[in-house]
Design a protein around this ligand. Sequence first.
Ligand code: HEM
Length: 440
Amino acid sequence: MSKHGAVVIFFGSQWNVLVGCPEGMAQLFDREAAVLQKSGNHRKLPHAVISALTGGNIISETGKKWRAYARVIRPALKDRIDAVGLDVACQRLLGRLKLQQGVLAVTSIVQQYAMEAVTLCVFGKDLKFLDQPPRIHAVHALVKRHIFHPLFLSVPVLDNYPRLFPDRVEARNLISQLEHELLAALPSAEAKQALAGGAVDGASSPSSSNILFDLDEALLKGTFSSREYIDNLKILFIAGHENVQQALCSLLMVMARDLALQDAIRKDALSHRGDDPSPLLHAVIYETLRLYPPIPQLINRRVAEPCVLSLPSQGGAQLHVPLQPGTYVGWTAFGVHRGRWNTQWQSDPDVFRPSRWGNTVEDIDALARRARSRGEFVSFHGGLRTCPGQAFALRSLHLSLTAILGSFRLTLASNDGTQLTPGGLMAPRNLQLRFEPLAD
Ligand code: HEM
C-alpha cells in the first residue's frame, strides 16, 4: 500500500483491489457512473444474510435505479432536515448524562442519541430512544451481533447452509423483525396501508414535510416498490445513525484525552453560537474524521468495462494496472489519510493537529472541499456519490459536543483505543468516560 497506493485483498469470498491513495480515489470519483460502478452486497453476494439487511438502496445501487432513489432522497437530506429536532435530541442527551453522571460506558448512550437525532430530524418521528428505547433499538443490536460475525463476512458462502449454521436463520428472522419495527414506527398511515397490500387508489399524500413525506409519496405514486421503500428506509435509519455514532464516540475520546483542548473549545464555543459555530471545534471535528474515519474502508464498486487504474510509485514511474470487468474495487480512507502521499497532511499524517485545517469556519470548509475533490479527504467519500447527510452529521456533532462540553469535564476511564469493528466501522472500543459536572 505505501509503495503503490493499492493492494489486492481477499474479502467476501473473492479477491478485490483496495485503493488507498488520492490519485486512485480521484479516478474512482471520476469513473463512478460508467466504469467503476457501485455494486452493493445484494449484487455481489445475493444469497448472503448481510444482503437481506442492506438490500438494494441509494448507497448500494447504480445507474437508473440509483438516479430514481437519489432524486427522492438526496434533495430532502440536504434541505429538509428539522434543526429543532436536533436541539431536542441534544437536550435529552444532556438530561440523560446529568441523571447518570460519573463513569459511563458511552457507546450505548451515544447510539441512542444518534438514533434519536435521525428519527426526529430526518423522519420527523419522536420514538424516544433516550428515554425509553423502542424495540427497534434492541432488535438492531441483535441484528448487528449476528451480521458482523467475522467468519460469515469473510466466507459468506456459509450463509447458504442454514442447517449447518442455524444462527443464520435466526439472523434472517431478526432482519425481518427490524423491518417490521421500522414499518410500524415510521411510515404514514397511507403508506402503511399500501405496504400491507391495501388499496392505494387516488393515493392521498402523507401529511408531514420531511424525507418520510418524499419516501411515502414515492411509494404511493409507484415510483418505489414496497421492497425498494423498505430497503431505503432501513439504510437511511442505519447510515443516518451509525456513522454519527462512531464519529461522536471518537470525538469524545479525543476530547477526554486532552483537558486543555476541552477548555479551549469551551471558551471558543461561548463566543460562537447557533449558526456561527466554533472554528476550533470545526477543525477538531474534521481532524478527528481524518484520523478516525467512521467508514475506514468499503469494497462496493465493480468494474463494468475494461479500464486501467494508474497508481503512483513512490520515487519511481507510475504503475498502470489493467482491471477486467467483474473485478471488485474498494477504497480505504485510512490508507489515504495516513499515508505519506502528496497531500495537505503529508508531513505528519498520524499526528492530531486541528490547526492544519485553518482558523475560520470558511477556511476549514474550503480546505475540506478542496481536499475532497482531490481525493485527499474521503471520510464522506466524494464526486457524484458524496454523502448527502454530511451537513446534518456535522451539525449534530457540533451541537452535541457543545452541549456536553458546556456541562461536563471529560476524562478517560478506560484506555482500550480505537479499533475496527468486524463490520468495518471505526470507533473506540468499550469507551468509558468520567463525566464531571462543571461548576456553574
Ligand atoms: C459522520 C457521519 C457520516 C459519515 C462519515 C458518512 C460517510 C459516508 C460515506 C463514506 C458514504 C459513501 C459510501 C460509499 O462509498 O459507498 C456515504 C454515503 C451516504 N450517506 Fe453518509 N455519512 C455520515 C452521515 C450520514 C447521515 C447522517 C446520513 C443520513 C441521514 C447519511 C446518508 C448517506 C447516504 C444516503 C449515502 C449514499 C449517497 C449516494 O450514494 O447517493 N450519511 N456516507
